[in-house]
Design a binder for this molecule. Structure first.
Ligand code: GLN
Length: 399
């Protein structure tokens, strides 16, 4: 009663549990980029086209009878392709019909995992900085986010800190490697620590691996491939980053059948199935993966080095990423205040949009003095963005 009355008298319509999250930083910064005609190095999407073999497969599917709902948890052939693929990357056999659920992007896989697995009060441990949907999905599912920070310098997983955040109430540890926004690829020692803790307390690991193929310093290692971990790990990934088609929104969750059954239980009522013609393109995408990977890696390595160099020329100190398509760059030399102030000033005055890294922390007062810069952009875009930042930085220096 009072709730309805309150809302009639001006309380926001948004449910209380979602209000603290406000608008996603990606929406905010992309809108500011449009408003100021800025180059958008904020939201992580490529400004180039997906490879031809992906586009033509999607077009063929549009003309080839794939316009109706598909099987809720994935088109049979798509699940078979994913199962083969995952055998190669994790060494684990995921049952195509029971151990894989295709979703509307990895973001839906995260939501479906939380909604399908959490009972009220269940805790999920996550490591700041982390992707903004993690905590929101836990809260939507009635769970409780337990946020710890990766330790500086270097954004490492500290075993004692992680263990300290875990308890009998912990249902899952959320892991993301290669890591958004820092570009870390967690090493074997760090993954082994997560595995030890999860095994000791008997919790699940939910492992977001969407940047698995964009790696520079060492190969990505899935925690699901560590001894004993396949039985307690949900591996989440998508087509979007690997095949430069973030708008296709084709993702998946793979794991032991009982965990995937929980994901499916939620997924069937969220989206029922992801877009069938776009799912269909996963078959051609993975058929070409081996041939495509060398150019994917060398293109991203070139873009990364070009961006790091350009940012350094503009006075930023950068953490060179081991993987992913993001760089975190320290903006203190510009004297623009907090991360949020700096991102807002730069989009307006330098006409370059970035993401304030503080948006990836639970504590609203966290001000790590980093901006996240996406380099999934053409050479021309990167070079023009760096030029603008260099001009702006020189102007500030003289000011
Ligand atoms: N994962 C992408 C990023 O971190 C954005 C996803 C989104 O816009 N919600 O930039």
């Amino acid at each position: 009663m009072t709730d309805i009355a309150d809302r009639q008298f001006g309380e926001p319509a948004t449910a209380r549990r979602l209000r603290p999250f406000g608008e996603s930083i990606f929406t905010t910064m992309s809108a500011l980029a449009v408003r100021h005609s800025a180059i958008n190095l904020g939201q992580g999407f490529p400004d180039f086209e997906p490879p031809e073999f992906v586009r033509s497969a999607a077009k063929r599917a549009l003309d080839g009878g794939f316009s109706q709902y598909g099987r809720s948890f994935g088109l049979p052939e798509v699940n078979r392709v994913l199962s083969r693929q995952l055998l190669g990357t994790t060494g684990n056999e995921y049952d195509p019909d029971l151990g894989i659920c295709v979703t509307a992007g990895c973001t839906e896989a995260i939501a479906a995992a939380m909604l399908g697995l959490l009972d009220p009060g269940d805790e999920v441990v996550m490591m700041d900085p982390c992707y903004d949907s993690y905590a929101a999905c836990v809260v939507m599912a009635g769970g409780v986010p337990r946020r710890i920070a990766l330790s500086l310098p270097g954004f490492r997983i500290d075993e004692a800190t992680l263990r300290g955040a875990c308890s009998t109430r912990t249902r899952a540890i959320l892991l993301n490697s290669p890591h958004n926004p820092t570009g870390r690829i967690f090493d074997e020692e760090e993954l082994a620590a997560v595995a030890r803790i999860a095994t000791d307390i008997g919790c699940i690991v939910i492992s977001d691996e969407v940047y698995e193929w964009i790696t520079f310093t060492r190969k990505h290692l899935s925690i699901a491939s560590l001894p004993g971990m396949s039985a307690r790990t949900l591996v989440l990934s998508s087509l979007g980053k690997t095949f430069s088609c973030t708008g296709f929104k084709v993702g998946w969750a793979a794991g032991p059948n009982h965990l995937v059954a929980a994901v499916r239980a939620a997924h069937q009522f969220l989206t029922f199935c992801s877009a069938t013609p776009l799912q269909q393109s996963a078959i051609a995408a993975f058929a070409n993966l081996e041939e495509y990977l060398p150019s994917l890696r060398s293109d991203y390595l070139r873009r990364r080095d070009q961006m790091v160099h350009g940012l350094q020329q503009a006075g930023f100190s950068c953490i060179t990423p081991e993987g992913s398509y993001f760089i975190v760059a320290e903006h203190g030399h510009l004297g623009l205040g907090t991360d949020i102030d700096a991102a807002q000033t730069l989009v307006r005055e330098a006409r370059v949009a970035t993401i304030p890294v503080s948006a990836f922390y639970g504590d609203p007062a966290a001000n790590p003095h980093f901006l996240r810069v996406a380099f999934c952009k053409s050479d021309e875009t990167i070079s023009e963005a760096c030029r603008r930042l260099q001009v702006y930085s020189r102007r500030r220096g003289q000011g």
